[in-house]
Design a protein. Structure first.
Length: 232
């Protein structure tokens, strides 16, 4: 690539107002059938999508995202909590198909994370609510001991009874674009160790080493999967 082309791309990328940017708040609600009835828990996160400049597009996606907020969780029975952890802009698993039809790389990212509309302006204006399809559900986790981060374990959405006992079943995860403010301070009230781990930049097994040597869940999850932001 010649010098003039690089200079031109740098110039375009530096011009204010040339890059598309979208922002919205989205609420995720977990609904669980329990022997005592349906239990629900929710959170609102702030999402911002911004178009990458020419240089960013050379080796990366068309858009990049920024998220602030907390993971939704529900107390399914006394002392037992189900979390939908934060992954990416809306903590939803990658979806390459929506409604049976393939989606483009540009709009696809927005659909993956919003599941509401296919363009940024539509997402900003939308106030729709939809049930998240099974293939797009976030990872669900719980703690054998809510006061011990290292006891985190993955929960199968198709078999909640294996973790919580008979009579527990996932009803739905619902996502909607909302005007409500982002959730603040709920995670720390339940995960009392969160702030300490955050300050130490520790993973859930307590390790602060850069390298991850195994697939143990507690060694691969950190505080950012439960809240993106600082202690309240």
């Amino acid at each position: 690539m010649d010098f003039l082309k690089i200079l031109w791309m740098l110039l375009i990328a530096s011009i204010p107002g040339c890059l598309e940017s979208y922002s919205w708040h989205q609420k995720v609600t977990i609904e669980v059938e329990t022997p005592e009835g349906v239990k629900t828990g929710s959170s609102v996160v702030a999402v911002r999508w911004k178009e990458n400049g020419e240089l960013g597009r050379l080796n990366g996606p068309a858009f990049h995202s920024n998220v602030e907020g907390e993971a939704p969780f529900v107390e399914v029975k006394p002392g037992a909590y189900l979390f939908a952890i934060l992954r990416g802009a809306a903590f939803l698993a990658p979806c390459t198909f929506v409604g049976g039809a393939p989606i483009s790389s540009h709009d696809g990212l927005l659909v993956n994370y919003g599941l509401i509309a296919q363009t940024g302006p539509e997402l900003e204006r939308s106030r729709e609510t939809r049930t998240v399809p099974e293939e797009c559900m976030p990872m669900l986790v719980t703690f054998k001991d809510i006061n011990d981060a290292a006891t985190v374990e993955r929960v199968n959405p198709d078999d909640l009874s294996a973790t919580f006992g008979p009579g527990f079943q996932m009803k739905s995860i619902i996502l909607g674009i909302t005007d409500k403010p982002k959730t603040r301070g709920k995670v720390e009230t339940v995960l009392r160790w969160w702030c300490d781990y955050r300050k130490r930049r520790a993973r859930l097994n307590g390790s602060t080493e850069i390298g991850i040597s195994d697939n143990e869940l507690s060694n691969n999850l950190g505080t950012g999967q439960f809240k993106i932001g600082d202690c309240e």
